[in-house]
Design a protein around this ligand. Structure first.
Ligand code: Q9C
Ligand code: ZN
Length: 341
């Protein structure tokens, strides 16, 4: 399989994340990429492909201009304010504030952040920019010849909104991939998010649109990040009414309930008849993931890949979450191997 690889991923290199009131080492770290790359190299004969630079247009097709300008300059602004360590917000414009247009970088971090788990570092923009180029290159390749591709990149993307970062995500790579195929002429594209967490950013970006179906299977937001979104009564709006499906599973779910939920997801996609599919490929539903509490096993990921393959759609796989170093490579390889089998 063609694997478009973001070799600049390690420019994003956080020292820590806020976790239950403590700053701890980042779950989302650069070692993840080498592990996954090595595992897919052996198992699915990965041909590593360098992304080509498509500039800002495919990113600006999803994200707001003011947000992109904030992200691109955030480290320089933070640095100019006298800081040389990871940038975090400490205040947010929550309900009840009038808003205003504060200029201080600490206020702007809060304006654009959804959570305190996501450091901005010197090279965050570079890594995220090239991550977007990686998924655009993969989407172009799949749309052109129909053969599946995997965009192997970090930081992940599915928690990023048009104008918000958080949950380790800055640019919504899965959304950018789907939009790229729409831009190239697709009339209908589906995004299927199998990451343990709800794809809140992806849902929000396409919520009013009827040309991109968003389906996410995830842990109940009543007890899990992103908490304030991802419920089953969120079904889309305006042209997008009926084009968002949230499948919510209880904590501790193994492949029994997970595969029942997944069957609903697959049925929705078949009925909707998209021309192409983006898989938001998080593997943090595995039992070894300490951040999460589902109980999938590596063999289950192989079955998931097989079921995705049976859809017979042009498919772009985009790397999202998965943090347990001893198994993430096997789990990603299992999905891709199942798809190819
Ligand atoms: N330390 C993805 O899987 N934050 N993101 C963790 C705070 C939320 C996970 C708890 C988890 C985000 C792409
Ligand atoms: Zn996740």
């Amino acid at each position: 399989m063609r694997v478009f690889f973001n070799s600049r991923h390690d420019s994003h290199d956080g020292n820590g994340e806020m976790h239950h009131g403590r700053l701890i080492p980042c779950f989302e770290n650069s070692r993840r990429m080498a592990i996954i790359r090595d595992a897919v190299a052996h198992s699915v004969q990965a041909q590593l492909v360098d992304p080509t630079d498509h500039g800002m247009a495919p990113i600006a097709a999803i994200h707001d201009a003011d947000y992109l300008s904030f992200l691109e300059n955030a480290w320089a602004d933070w640095n100019a304010a006298g800081n040389d360590h990871d940038a975090f917000p400490y205040v947010w414009p929550t309900a009840g504030f009038s808003g205003g247009h504060p200029a201080h970088i600490s206020a702007r971090l809060g304006q654009y952040a959804i959570s305190s788990d996501t450091p901005i570092t010197k090279g965050t923009w570079k890594a995220a920019y090239w991550g977007a180029q990686t998924v655009v290159s993969a989407a172009d390749a799949v749309w052109n010849d129909g053969e599946a591709s995997f965009a192997l990149t970090r930081p992940p993307g599915h928690h990023a909104h048009a104008n918000r970062y958080g949950g380790y995500c800055f640019l919504n790579n899965s959304a950018i991939a789907a939009q790229q195929m729409i831009t190239k002429g697709a009339k209908k594209v589906a995004i299927l998010d199998i990451d343990y967490h709800h794809g809140n950013g992806t849902q929000d970006i396409f919520y009013d649109r009827g040309d991109v179906l968003t389906v996410s299977i995830h842990a109940d937001p009543k007890h899990q990040f992103p908490f304030f979104m991802g419920y089953e009564n969120e079904t889309g709006r305006l042209d997008g009414q009926g084009a968002n499906l949230n499948i919510v599973l209880s904590g501790g779910s193994d492949f029994g309930p997970w595969s029942q939920g997944f069957a609903r997801a697959i049925q929705k996609i078949i009925t909707w008849q998209p021309e192409a599919l983006v898989i938001a490929l998080g593997v943090d539903a595995h039992e070894a993931e300490t951040l999460c509490d589902f109980r999938l096993q590596t063999d289950d990921f192989n079955r998931i890949g097989q079921m995705i393959g049976r859809l017979g759609l042009k498919t772009v796989f985009v790397m999202e979450g998965g943090y347990a170093h001893d198994v993430i490579g096997f789990n990603v390889a299992a999905v891709l191997g199942g798809y190819l089998s």
